[in-house]
Design a protein around this ligand. Structure first.
Ligand SMILES: Cc1cc2nc3c(=O)[nH]c(=O)nc-3n(C[C@H](O)[C@H](O)[C@H](O)COP(=O)(O)OP(=O)(O)OC[C@H]3O[C@@H](n4cnc5c(N)ncnc54)[C@H](O)[C@@H]3O)c2cc1C
Length: 302
């Protein structure tokens, strides 16, 4: 069964209100610059992260972020916020670990990221998937990732609502968790701004110009900025932004559909019980379930 995008009014309303209150406070009133070292296109979680890390390296004053709508208002706003440490390469594992450390650091500073280290339960319904999990377990030793192979009974113990009849086993990754992507994006961008980064919302990048095969300026709704570097953080729109460049930069990106469902609270389910799993992934069904205090998200093509 395909679930179409269905969101509870409560969730959309909360986020819309957050979006509104952010707009009111985050508008930059500084004069639009005609020069910068770096221009970042897009203020999603990626643009915020690039701005933050450049600022940490001392480039804050020379970095400008251009966002056609609102900070975090693109794909970041829709994300479920699952953060899985296990990735196909060690470089990606290190990136994810460093993201998690950053979220913890921001939380300690009182900046919200919604980070909750609730662990994830990955389920196998086929022998092949179980083999993958065994390989992951072996790999986890050299990549220093804490994880545990589980029997179907142990899976059920972690997740009592599970029908374990067709489950061959599972992989429990306690260091996985969930965050609030929108809050995270706002918090990271706030830190970048504190370090001098200028962010302009409701302003679109129109053209990227090169001189001698090097970026020389970026044309926007609010004017032209001469710059040395241009960073395309337009996510879903990145291919289109590549085409705004002269000569055109080909960005190999193709968007696909992603279905999800938000439910009302489920009475029998207390996701806040200590030790109870909150992220549950079944690769054979291409589905996951994410539980938080008020609702559940599910993606399932069946
Ligand atoms: C339903 C759903 C669930 C997801 N769940 C997860 C998950 O659980 N875990 C996970 O890790 N990832 C998840 N993702 C993926 C994740 O949301 C994205 O990878 C991430 O948010 C991308 O961030 P971004 O900054 O690259 O893009 P975006 O957040 O889309 O930001 C790009 C920004 O660029 C701006 N822009 C575009 N063109 C221009 C222009 N010409 N001028 C100025 N600005 C421009 C846009 O307005 C936008 O704000 C999910 C995605 C979806 C849709």
């Amino acid at each position: 069964m395909f679930y179409r995008c269905l969101r509870t009014f409560k969730k959309s309303q909360t986020r819309a209100l957050r979006c509104f209150s952010n707009t009111a406070t985050s508008l930059d009133i500084e004069k639009f610059p005609n020069e910068a070292q770096v221009v970042i296109c897009g203020a999603g979680v990626m643009g915020a992260s690039v701005a933050y890390h450049l600022a940490k390296l001392g480039w804050g004053k020379y970095t400008v972020v251009i966002e056609q709508s609102r900070i975090g208002g693109g794909t970041t706003w829709h994300s479920s916020g699952l953060i899985g440490v296990f990735k196909p390469s060690l470089a990606q594992v290190k990136l994810t670990k460093s993201s998690v450390s950053l979220y913890k650091e921001l939380e300690q500073k009182g900046l919200s990221t919604g980070w909750k280290e609730c662990g994830s339960l990955n389920l196998a319904r086929s022998r092949d998937r179980m083999t993958v999990f065994r390989r992951m377990k072996a790999q986890s030793v050299s990549w220093d990732i804490d994880c545990e192979l589980l029997t179907p009974e142990q899976c059920k113990d972690k997740w009592p609502l599970l029908n374990a009849e067709d489950i061959l086993g599972g992989l429990w990754i306690p260091g996985d968790g969930v965050g609030d992507p929108y809050e995270t994006c706002l918090s990271i961008m706030a830190q970048a701004k504190n370090m001098g980064v200028k962010v302009f919302e409701n302003c679109a990048v129109k053209k990227i110009t090169h001189t001698n095969q090097k970026v020389s300026s970026v044309e926007t709704d609010l004017g032209l900025i001469k710059c040395e570097y241009f960073v395309n953080c337009a996510g879903f729109w990145a291919r289109g932004v590549g085409r705004l460049s002269e000569p055109v930069v080909k960005v190999p990106l193709h968007a696909v559909e992603h279905y999800y469902l938000h439910t009302k609270p489920i009475p029998a389910l207390d996701p806040m019980l200590p030790g109870k799993v909150r992220v549950f992934l079944c690769h054979e069904r291409l589905s996951y379930k994410l539980f938080d205090c008020t609702d559940m998200v599910e993606l399932s093509p069946e």
